[in-house]
Design a protein around this ligand. Structure first.
Ligand code: ASP
Length: 342
């Protein structure tokens, strides 16, 4: 620690694994590697410039490939974020994560954390040992944003590829490119260029006083069964019937276009909704808002629009909503107002 470093902001890096902590025997390959092998202490040591930005502390919360993300780790992560958020002198929190399910974790933390300090998730598309690894700069930028007073009051943020995104809106849209993350309906919140951080807009804020939702949702101790099904040419109803028989409480449909659903699937979903399963229509297109029909048919009236949430983010909200209030499965009108508010 340099003589002046004690005046730097304190930033805690919570590590969960992912490609940012991945390694490969072949630095020339960015696709053949093992995720989640490099400890966070080593990731930080590899970026000496961090010492000029913040007093960085690290905690290895997990070491997983984020394709294997599970509710238990979300609970643990929420606990660590809540703990560090209120420690004296902590200016911000950075979470290193795999890219595959980052958008779901970002949505979960967006909905459950009050974020008195910035919570910034970062990741990498190339492993730490790769030529042109993107992780070191992403980590440095994430710490810069977490330490910035300008990032306060903006909720959960995602920083990659020199862009700042809202945790609610961001999605992974490419299998391998370093600019894989986009916010399709809103664009980024801002950008980072070396030490210069610029927010070009504010995230939409939930004004909980006037909305039928809590300002932060409780982290469930018991999670309802809620799954995603996809509408496509010639679908069968077997999967939906099996899920209902298994006791599913919520279904998100990755519907075609503006929330349209094949008639075979729609019939199965109407039966599910009639049995008290919450059914939410999202779109498989990757962008846009699913309309609520002005005069819904009796069947369509049983289904709820996810608005502009993609199926994965809609499922996160549905999980939290059903955990907080299981009766929402029998009340499409109330569930619709929850989706409209979040
Ligand atoms: N499978 C990796 C993960 O999500 C991919 C990545 O991080 O880019 O952990």
């Amino acid at each position: 620690m340099s003589a002046s470093s004690s005046s730097l902001p304190r930033v805690v890096v919570l590590a969960t694994g992912g490609t940012i902590a991945g390694s490969s025997g072949d630095p020339a390959s960015s696709a053949q590697y093992q995720a989640a092998t490099v400890p966070v202490s080593q990731l930080v040591q590899a970026v000496p410039a961090l010492a000029d930005v913040a007093r960085v502390e690290t905690e290895q919360v997990a070491q997983i490939d984020s394709k294997d993300m599970a509710f238990g780790l979300w609970q643990q992560l929420a606990g660590r974020v809540a703990y560090w958020s209120v420690q004296p002198d902590v200016a911000g929190i950075v979470i290193t994560h795999g890219t595959d399910t980052l958008e779901e974790t970002a949505m979960f933390l967006h909905l459950t954390q009050s974020c008195p300090v910035p919570v910034v998730i970062t990741a990498a598309m190339r492993p730490a040992t790769s030529l042109s690894a993107d992780g070191p700069l992403n980590l440095l930028d994430a710490v810069r944003v977490a330490a910035s007073p300008d990032a306060r009051g903006k909720g959960v943020l995602v920083v990659l590829n020199q862009q700042i995104h809202a945790g609610r809106d961001v999605t992974k849209a490419h299998t391998s490119a370093v600019d894989a993350f986009v916010s399709p309906n809103t664009g980024p919140l801002g950008y980072v260029q070396d030490a210069y951080i610029r927010f070009t807009r504010m995230p939409a804020r939930r004004d909980a006083e006037h909305l039928p939702v809590p300002s932060t949702w409780p982290v469930p101790s018991t999670w309802p069964l809620a799954e995603i099904v996809v509408s496509h040419a010639q679908p069968g109803r077997v999967a939906i019937d099996a899920l209902v028989a298994a006791g599913v409480k919520g279904l998100v449909v990755a519907a075609t276009g503006n929330g349209s659903i094949h008639e075979t699937l729609a019939a199965a979903l109407a039966d599910a909704a009639g049995a008290g399963v919450a059914v939410v229509r999202s779109s498989r297109t990757g962008a846009g808002h699913v309309s609520i029909p002005a005069h819904p048919s009796p069947r369509a009236g049983l289904f709820v629009s996810a608005g502009d949430l993609n199926p994965y983010k809609a499922r996160v909200l549905l999980l939290l909503a059903l955990a907080a209030d299981p009766s929402l499965g029998f009340d499409a009108v109330r569930l619709q107002s929850v989706f409209a508010a979040c």
